[in-house]
Design a protein around this ligand. Sequence first.
Ligand code: DQQ
Length: 483
Amino acid sequence: MRRREFLALAGAVPFAKAAAPAPASKMAADPQRPQYHLLPAANWMNDPNAPIYWQGNYHMFYQYNPNGAYWGDMHWGHAVSRDMVHWKHLPVALAPTPGGPDKDGVFSGCAVVDDGGVTAIYTSVNPETQSIATSSGDLTDWKKFAGNPVIAAPPAGLQVTGFRDPDVWKEGDTWLMAIGSGFRQKGGAVLLYGSKDLRHWNYLHPLVTGHVKPGTSAKDPVDSGEMWECPDFFAIDNTHMLIHSTERVVKYLMGAYQDRELHAQSMGVLDHGCYYAARTMANVGDRHILWGWITEARSADAQRAAGWSGAMSLPRELKLYGIQVQMRPAPEVEKLRGKKLGGDAEGDSIEILAEVDPGKANRAGISVRVAPDRSEQTPIYYDREQRMIFVDRSQSTSDPSADRSIQSGPFMLGREETLRLHIFLDGSVVEIFANDRFCLTSRIYPAGRRSTGVELYSSGGDASLASFEAWEMRPISPDRLTS
Ligand code: DQQ
């Protein structure tokens, strides 16, 4: 999909005819609206911002437009949880200050624990600069620093494609800040700054610079990989990992961190679907809990009419397995399990753990949201020849505004390996984990109330189920988090 289409689906393009916002009662009964994923009570959300554990609670902030279900007028929405799965909405944490550096929006950023409280570091736009705000206690009352912005411009002499989405951590007595950036026809980059007090910052050098193919350029440098958004940098076991978002996916680089530069030895894509701007949670010890924005895949008009847009992914725990990144739903997600279902499991708010033996089949997997007459269905399968996992959305819905393209990502089963699909269905959200090393988040909008079937899928031979478990998932609020 080209970026313009993506933005149209994302709601960024203003439409002449705005649909009237949906009332909360309609949203609470909306079968497409998730029941156990975090999303604001109404309106638009995008990137997770500053997920942090603080004084017994997990706090989630996120890009939020209080005016409607479309991108714009960025604020930091706020929700709090004791366990990372049950959330309560809190008032907006950060709003633009008229006449201030963030008058045009409080864009993405992070938070760190400092001086008995929490400091948020975020981007302001027009021009892109970095600012800070401090809070303590329940993190509902934020004070913006009078000296904002703390970084007023990109490094002198550098022609950058962007300058946003800070990530901050501490090494000894020095704070380091990584800022998403890049260079035309060269590649995305992350710029590194240092500080002793979070208020005065010195530019050091690029933490790492990517490489695009010669001649690569796009009007929007995010489309071509000439700009990296939302960097997130951390040590994982004995290596270092840099997550960043570009070309509409979340990527990672892994390697050695020496002299404050990352020497990447491997790279990959963390999720091949509707998932962007991912960031790990701060202050959770040795754990690496990743959160991502689950993007929509239907028209901007449909989003406005629904009255909500975007959802937060389930917490995803990252570990290293050899040199491979292991990705699993955080164990806390099991708390959401309700009634255990049998082999005839069905539903639109369920968790499925299916182990599929492809046997002689060329394609093997599981179909979800299958209608009794098969008019709607979404096969999720491994293709042995192509060495890919596919999510076939061509029959997912009759909604003409929904994206029905087939999603895919590279994946290979070992000789004796079975396909272990871990699937979360929640209204229009489908989160898929395969063999703990492949993720694809999808969006589908089945129209039929009875499009709830789950089936074994195979083609070019017979596959079989080696094991199958499923659970109903408990909603995290009585009204789909509309209050
Ligand atoms: N979203 C934010 C930016 C970031 C982008 C604005 C990524 O700060 O670069 O809402 O989705």
